[in-house]
Design a protein around this ligand. Structure first.
Ligand code: ADP
Length: 258
């Protein structure tokens, strides 16, 4: 609580008493704390690749550049870290745009078959490279879903990207769609490395990663799932995950009526 006390004066400016005002600032404090934690997290996340880039550039300048094999190795690390920095900035911009437009989604009837087909096409080369079988099991007929096509594509991209990222070569990724009378559920199942039960409830938090080193290595930002959650909830839907030794399933459902 914030306490404010001011003197209460009469017509002749004589003191008549005091007025106390108690304001419940718990919620505001919580928001302020969340904001400053977020800024600290962002700074840390931006600093890590930069520190690594600077380190390798300095070593190159100090002489490592003379050895072509070392130089090539360092340059490829600098290249990868630069890309990760760009991904991070893109994801941060997406998050802030989403927060601004929360109530102003550009909703139209969306054909989810098209969204899923495009995602499968987009990831086919990566799946092939990694020897992962990527398939979609879609119903013949699908009613349109009221939503923002661009944002819903983003959710599909994030889930399929993760499924491929966290599945070892030779594994499988399967997209399924189920309808009921009033909602559609899309699930992306993989035969990947899985998520420990204690981490499962936290994977939708900003910057949460089960294995930071692994996620970084893969160019991850730790923001994909929190962006997806934002988008699905802005559509009035739900997103969740289950996982065991056999792999993980990420699902989301969307209402069919606005
Ligand atoms: P990242 O950019 O690190 O992939 P996300 O927000 O997309 O960030 O995911 C958060 C974390 O959840 C990941 O770092 C990873 O530890 C875990 N995760 C997400 N998807 C999967 C999956 N399909 N299989 C195993 N772990 C996953």
């Amino acid at each position: 609580f914030r306490v404010e006390i001011s003197p209460l004066k009469g017509n002749q400016e004589e003191k008549m008493g005091v007025v106390g005002l108690l304001t419940d600032v718990t919620e505001r404090r919580k928001l302020e704390r969340m904001r400053s934690e977020f800024v600290a997290n962002v700074s840390h996340e931006l600093r890590t690749p930069l520190t690594s880039i600077n380190g390798f550039v300095e070593t190159l300048l100090d002489g490592a550049v003379e050895d072509p094999a070392t130089a090539k190795n360092f340059l490829s690390i600098i290249n990868a870290e630069g890309k990760r920095l760009a991904n991070l900035i893109d994801d941060l911009l997406k998050l802030s745009r989403l927060e601004d437009r929360r109530s102003k989604l550009n909703k139209q009837p969306v054909d989810l078959t098209e969204v899923i087909d495009n995602t499968v096409k987009m990831f086919a080369p990566r799946a092939w490279e990694k020897n992962i079988e990527l398939t979609g099991e879609l119903p013949q007929e699908m009613p349109p879903v009221p939503g923002d096509q661009g944002f819903l594509s983003q959710v599909m991209i994030n889930l399929v990207d993760n499924a491929i990222k966290y599945t070892l070569p030779g594994g499988k990724v399967k997209i399924k769609v189920n309808f009921s009378r009033d909602e559609v559920t899309v699930s992306v199942a993989d035969t990947g490395i899985g998520i420990p039960p204690e981490s499962l409830p936290r994977v939708f938090e900003r910057f949460y990663r089960v294995d930071k080193a692994r996620s970084r290595e893969m160019g991850g930002t730790g923001l994909g799932l929190s962006i997806s959650k934002h988008i699905v909830e802005a559509h009035g839907g739900k997103i969740w995950a289950t996982s065991d030794e056999a792999g993980s399933i990420f699902s989301f459902s969307l209402p069919l009526q606005e």
